[in-house]
Design a protein around this ligand. Structure first.
Ligand SMILES: Nc1ncnc2c1ncn2[C@@H]1O[C@H](COP(=O)(O)OP(=O)(O)OP(=O)(O)O)[C@@H](O)[C@H]1O
Ligand SMILES: [Mg+2]
Length: 251
């Protein structure tokens, strides 16, 4: 559903992407991990046609992001880090507004269905100003689903949320993938990738340095031994060891 090959992007002298390759299967959740400034948002912007790559190719839903930008835009929705909801309107009114903008029939029914799917039915008639961070995020994701795009990009969907709100967002994302939506999310939270993703890629110094399932990534490190108890490495161990190893090698 998403195919990226040799993607490069520089901002003046700063080489942010130096040949990024990504493949995401339909209906799967793909997590792009990386430190601050690694280039995660840059990848998402290129894939959602907001930014042009310097080199390489990227296809989303079979369409080339550069040559078929309009078709790509019709295939995706993008949820950025900060919730794009209107505070003065209620949750239901926000959803109806977007459904009308997308020229959907029966916007009220579309809104009610999404409120139910995201456990917001009771809060639906309240002004968004009264919502918690997790409720806003869920509403934001619900809004991005109107029109049922086959691919959804979530750039740091849970940054700044408390653990409970994060779990609520995770459940919403899992529901999406179950329904056949392909999800590419970026995160700095390793446990988020561990809980949610079918495949995980680590973006470091402009390249994907590993890409695999959680089990595959864990197998990259030997299990650590503490006295007589065998300990499996966590994804955090894998990340820090790989990122640290690369950094040291190039110094
Ligand atoms: N429009 C721009 N002009 C100049 N530099 C930019 C621009 N956009 C991004 N950068 C730089 O590119 C690098 C990667 O930025 P990007 O936002 O993709 O990182 P990120 O992995 O999303 O980081 P974070 O985890 O902080 O969100 C950073 O050094 C950033 O300063
Ligand atoms: Mg970012």
């Amino acid at each position: 559903m998403i195919q990226v090959q040799g993607l490069e992007k520089s901002f003046k002298q700063l080489k942010v992407l130096r040949g990024v390759d990504i493949d995401v299967a339909r209906g799967s959740i793909f997590a792009l991990l990386g430190s601050n400034g690694a280039g995660k948002t840059t990848v998402v912007k290129i894939l959602s046609t907001l930014l042009r790559a310097d080199a390489g190719t990227a296809r989303v839903n079979g369409f080339d992001v550069a040559a078929q930008a309009a078709e790509v835009r019709e295939s995706i929705s993008l949820t950025g880090q900060f919730a794009a909801v209107d505070e003065i309107l209620s949750g239901r009114e926000n959803l109806i507004l977007v459904a009308k903008l997308r020229h959907l029939k029966g916007p009220g029914a579309v809104a009610d269905d999404l409120l139910r799917r995201f456990s917001l039915t009771e809060a639906g008639s309240r002004r968004v100003a009264t919502y918690s961070g997790g409720m806003r995020r869920r509403l934001d994701i619900a809004m991005s689903l109107i029109g049922s795009p086959p691919v959804i990009f979530l750039d740091e969907p849970t940054t700044g949320l408390d653990p409970e709100a994060r779990i609520e967002v995770w459940q919403a994302v899992k529901e999406l993938a179950k329904g056949g939506t392909t999800v590419l999310l970026t995160t700095q939270y390793l446990d988020e990738a561990e809980h949610l993703a079918d495949r995980i890629a680590i973006l470091h110094e402009g390249r994907i340095i590993v890409n695999g399932t959680l089990d595959e990534l864990k197998r990259l490190l030997p299990p650590a031994k503490i006295e007589y108890v065998e300990k499996q490495p966590s994804l955090e161990d894998v990340f820090l060891t790989l990122v640290g190893a690369r950094t040291n090698k190039e110094q």
